[in-house]
Design a protein around this ligand. Structure first.
Ligand SMILES: *Cc1c(COP(=O)(O)O)cnc(C)c1O
Length: 401
């Protein structure tokens, strides 16, 4: 009998009971705004920032309204403004070039390798064009960060990291987001912690931290932050930095704090699932898995494979057959984007020269989420279904394919 998978690729786990209890308490006392505190009270948001700073080893942390907001704030805080060019990944999610556009700057796209990391050769070729790189660790793939930082430091390029898919990951033991000047994270439902919407930025740079706090809408209440620089640093920036409100609130922070405590455990559970799918797909004819370097500690919350140089009709046939068996795969090669955009040529407000090497990768790139609601057995079944359908389509030489 043909097996059919019945799980949902978009179903998350519930919020931990401890988070639900804390959220109810916030709802009952009504002090949701981060600066609305009773005498002697420290807000959940301030504590959350302190805890995330500890987790990443950063001196400073700011919790904000979204990952996209964290990135636009980081860009503003390092001085990016109207008309400036910013290097970024040709393959990422729409909020990344969107953050660049939101400050009036212009993205310059850098290609992707077969291992789905930024193409460092292409980066080197484009170094002269910008002073800032907004580096996206798209789908959790981390490039050789030692090499990237050597290249960027030599060229005087400021690096901001988009760690939407690498919260809990590391390169050579250093948490993702701690190589560049600023690390940005998302707490949106499909990331590694879930408050619906939300984000963080972390930095060791006191001026960037103080500007970010003011930008986020701290009014003159910045002294209520705990993971922020001292008042003398704010004195330098408080009258010359605009308020562009995008604060985190205490309700979301109360939900997130217990999730941060569970993060390491969740990473282990994600990776157990990832390994099951990866092993199940290994050796499938025509299917290429990404290789993951020893130095990369990744979070397997999603998995990608390449049907490299396949005729597009055959890729589509694989997707159709898998969908028919309950395995919803995403494809980055579709001519028209469906549900999301992740390719440079979908962002037509930021025209780019053609990137044939990147087009070749994206044409064969297939992606799936691995929510923690899937059991390892579910993951084994998903791999069996993909393996069977990829093998069948790969072998077939029907002319209509
Ligand atoms: C989700 C995501 C973001 C940030 O998204 P928000 O919805 O703004 O929190 C940034 N980069 C990537 C690659 C993402 O997937």
């Amino acid at each position: 009998m043909t097996e059919i998978f019945t799980g949902s690729f978009t179903q998350q786990e519930p919020i931990p009971e401890e988070g639900i209890a804390a959220a109810l308490e916030v709802l009952r006392h009504g002090r949701l705004h981060r600066y609305n505190t009773a005498p002697g009270e420290v807000s959940h948001t301030a504590l959350l920032e302190e805890e995330f700073a500890d987790l990443t080893g950063a001196r400073f942390c700011l919790a904000v309204a979204s990952g996209g907001y964290a990135m636009s704030t980081a860009l503003r805080a390092v001085g990016v403004g109207s008309g400036d060019k910013v290097l970024s990944n040709a393959f990422t999610l729409a909020p990344v070039p969107g953050a660049i556009a939101s400050v009036g700057a212009v993205p310059v796209f850098v290609g992707v390798t077969e291992d789905l990391t930024i193409d460092l050769k292409d980066l080197e070729a484009k170094l002269g064009q910008a002073k800032v790189l907004l580096l996206s660790h798209m789908r959790g793939h981390i490039c050789d960060m030692d090499r990237l930082m050597t290249i960027c430091d030599a060229a005087g390029l400021t690096v901001i990291e988009d760690c939407a898919h690498t919260m809990g990951a590391a390169w050579n033991g250093l948490p993702s987001g701690r190589h560049g000047v600023v690390g940005c994270y998302s707490c949106q439902t499909y990331k590694h912690v879930n408050s619906g919407e939300g984000g963080f930025l972390v930095t060791d740079d006191e001026n960037v931290a103080a500007r970010s706090v003011i930008l986020s809408g701290s009014y003159m209440l910045y002294e209520r932050h705990r993971a922020a620089p001292g008042p003398e640093v704010f004195e330098r920036v408080k009258y010359v930095t605009p308020n562009i409100s995008g604060r985190m609130d205490n309700l979301r922070a109360s939900i997130l704090r217990p999730q941060l405590r569970l993060l390491a455990e969740q990473v282990g559970r994600w990776n157990a699932r990832y390994l099951v799918v990866e092993q199940g797909l290994q050796g499938t004819p025509g299917l290429r898995l990404t290789t993951r370097p020893e130095a990369e500690r990744y979070v397997g919350s999603s998995l990608q494979f390449l049907l490299l140089d396949w005729p597009l009709a055959k890729v589509k046939e694989v997707l159709r057959r898998c969908a028919g068996r309950g395995v919803e795969l995403k494809w980055f090669g579709a001519a028209e984007p469906v549900a999301f955009t992740s390719r440079y040529d979908s962002w037509r407000y930021a025209p780019s020269e053609a990137m044939p090497a990147t087009d070749r990768i994206l044409a064969g790139l297939v992606d799936m989420r691995l929510p923690l609601t899937f059991s390892p057995d579910d993951c084994a079944q998903i791999a069996r279904i993909i393996r069977a359908e990829v093998s069948a389509v790969h072998q077939s030489d029907a002319p209509e394919l």
